[in-house]
Design a protein around this ligand. Sequence first.
Ligand SMILES: *Cc1c(COP(=O)(O)O)cnc(C)c1O
Length: 347
Amino acid sequence: MTDLQKLVRPNIWALKPYSCARDEYQGPEARAYLDANECPYNAPWNRYPDPLQRELKARLAELKGVRPEETFLGNGSDEAIDLVYRIFCRPGADNVVAMAPTYGMYEVCAGVNDVEYIPVPLASDYSLSADAILAACTPKTKVVWLCSPNNPTGNQLDSREVDRVLREFGGIVVVDEAYGEFAAGQLYRTRLAEFPNLIVLNTMSKAWASASVRIGIAFASPEIISLMNRVKYPYNISLPNQQTALSLLQRMSEVEDWRKMVLAERSRMERELAALPLVERVCPSDANFVLVITADATAIYNRLVGQKIIVRNRTNVMLCAQGLRITIGTPQANDILLEALKSIKLP
Ligand SMILES: *Cc1c(COP(=O)(O)O)cnc(C)c1O
């Protein structure tokens, strides 16, 4: 059983959160709101938004099959990532363990918070070893970062290995499922009841096609969610962003159509890229991008930029030498890339 108090920074456990006007009065619609120093004109933008985003959270939780009290909304997943450090990791004292390579923000936020970051390389086929992760943990390790499907390698992790980390590590395990909608395997947000130390990250930025709206989602036990709510900025999601997100939730059949088109294009791109002479290997993808190992990633990247086609050069990332990360776009955008790759002749 997870003893949350042992994992949480003592100052955070003792924190008395800022109580904003919208928290203190939560009764029925009032006749006059004279409590928050808002200007009475310019409705609806004059009013502070709901600090707990209750309407959006309720609909989102229902869609995702999770309870609202197990749901946190942040200004992108990046807010949730930073909050995990601020809640659990004492600066200059604690450390975190993360699979490598993976999403760069876990390490950036560790640096910002003065927390030691211990990367543990995946195997050469990008598979996760629970033994390697567990062996890297020390008594000061508060958090393990896992990303599945992983950015930039594209693969979903073996759930037997992830389960073992969740069961055998005594601290918090974050499973970032930013690309979960593109994967066939089981998703960890359905398993919150089994693992009190689990935090699952989701986002509206990828399969939900709303990166500009900046809504990241964390699912965890109500105790962990309540800590996140106490530490976050009071009005962390603006009204326009809450409204835009709510209107997308009315159009989920379109979102599903987009997802299917991306998946169909992913299969086509995996096939067509693998047939190109410049491509040595297309890594199997459970996400909306493919990592492609090429003859010369930097040369190809520069030639593509010359043709105004931008992909991500990952050649300097651990285990990704000569790797280009290619996002799946519209069929037209994908064709533009394929044509360009066919035309490139390396010396
Ligand atoms: C893109 C991405 C996110 C999303 O971040 P937002 O701040 O929600 O846009 C989170 N995790 C990973 C691994 C990603 O690749």
